[in-house]
Each structure stands twice: as structure tokens, then as C-alpha cells.
Write a protein that binds this ligand. Structure first.
Ligand code: NI
Length: 196
């Protein structure tokens, strides 16, 4: 089932999400619905707060990025078929010289901006069988994970922009909050005024 994606301005996107246990109700169904919702919106990642739930859960599938012609064969193989569910994740370390990548977000349609992040991360998380993993990721994989991880910390990529950029974007962000935007997937807008 495709779930509505919560738009910029909704308080759930600003909460620090909480850990879940193995017996979280209908977790399997929720994850299946989140995959369906993400693919329907042509995203490479989706976090639970984006479907209105303040829990530490996000999904990543970087396959669409592997078509990029500028990638090396090794990078392409890394991104191809990388599909993972992260439960109760904690990024324990971020390392290296910050690099820039043009990011977007399904909760902030039609806005893309360059964001600086460190290239390498260590992350601890649980898979869908609640087995614990500690792994290192770098490059674009780390980038997508960092973006989704921010969602469960209540952070959005627009928070990382300069104050000038934020001022310039304010009007467009307000429009998103009010639902004054055309989007080709289902969304839930916090301040949508229904016509009388
Ligand atoms: Ni996002």
C-alpha cells in the first residue's frame, strides 16, 4: 500500500525518533509499504518520519544511482543492488574531508541543493531479523544513509544550507507546507486549506 509522504513543515519531521523492539506492531507490513511508497515516488531512501511515524527506521536502495555514467565500475557495482533496511541505527563516526553533492528529499519536492557531508561513516543498526550490524560505508552510499539518518534525528538537508540560501528558499518551503505545489505522488501537507 502506498502511504502519503509527509511534507516539509510537519512536526513529525522534527522529532528525534525512538527505537523500536522486535514486536513493533505489523513491522513487516510497514516496511513493505515503505518500499512501495519509496519506489512509487522514485526515491533512493525513505525514513519512517516521512510516513508520519517517529520511529528509528529507514530504507535505502541506491540502484537508480548506478546508471550515472561518471561512476567507475567499482562504484557502479557498489550502488547496484544495494538495498537495505536500517532499524535503530546509530552513526558512531563520520570521517574525512567534506564533499558536496546535490541532494533532494521526497518531503521537500522540487528543491535540490548542494550539501556538504563527510565521506565515510561507521554505523550500527539492526536488520529486519533484529540482528545487529556494525559497518563502514563511504561515498554515495554513505551520503544516502546520512540523509536518511538525519530524518530519524529530526534533521532535514535544508538545515545544512547557509543562512542566505535558507532565506532564499523560505517562500518555496512555505508553499510546500501549504500544499501549493504539484507533486506526482501522494503527500500529506500540514497546512493544506481545503476548498469550501
Ligand atoms: Ni529526505
Amino acid at each position: 500500500m502506498i502511504l502519503p509522504i509527509v511534507a516539509y513543515g510537519d512536526p513529525v519531521l522534527r522529532k528525534k525518533a525512538v527505537e523500536i523492539s522486535e514486536d513493533y506492531p505489523q513491522l513487516e507490513t510497514l516496511i513493505a509499504n515503505m518500499w512501495e511508497t519509496m519506489y512509487n515516488a522514485a526515491g533512493v531512501g525513505l525514513a519512517a518520519p516521512q510516513v508520519g511515524l517517529d520511529i528509528r527506521l529507514f530504507l535505502v536502495d541506491t540502484s537508480p544511482f548506478s546508471d550515472d555514467e561518471e561512476l567507475t565500475e567499482a562504484e557502479r557495482q557498489q550502488l547496484q543492488g544495494f538495498k537495505k533496511v536500517f532499524i535503530n541505527a546509530t552513526i558512531t563516526e563520520e570521517e574525512g574531508e567534506e564533499w558536496t553533492f546535490n541532494e533532494g528529499c521526497l518531503s521537500i519536492p522540487d528543491i535540490r541543493e548542494d550539501v556538504n557531508r563527510k565521506p565515510q561513516i561507521n554505523i550500527t543498526y539492526y536488520d529486519t531479523d533484529f540482528n545487529k550490524h556494525t559497518e563502514t560505508f563511504d561515498g554515495l552510499l554513505a551520503r544516502v544513509i546520512q540523509h536518511e539518518y538525519d530524518h530519524i534525528e529530526g534533521v532535514l538537508f535544508t538545515d545544512k544550507l547557509s543562512s542566505l540560501k535558507k532565506r532564499l528558499l523560505k517562500g518555496r518551503l512555505d508553499k510546500i507546507t501549504k500544499g501549493k505545489i504539484q507533486v506526482d505522488y501522494k503527500m500529506r501537507f500540514p497546512q493544506l486549506k481545503r476548498g469550501r
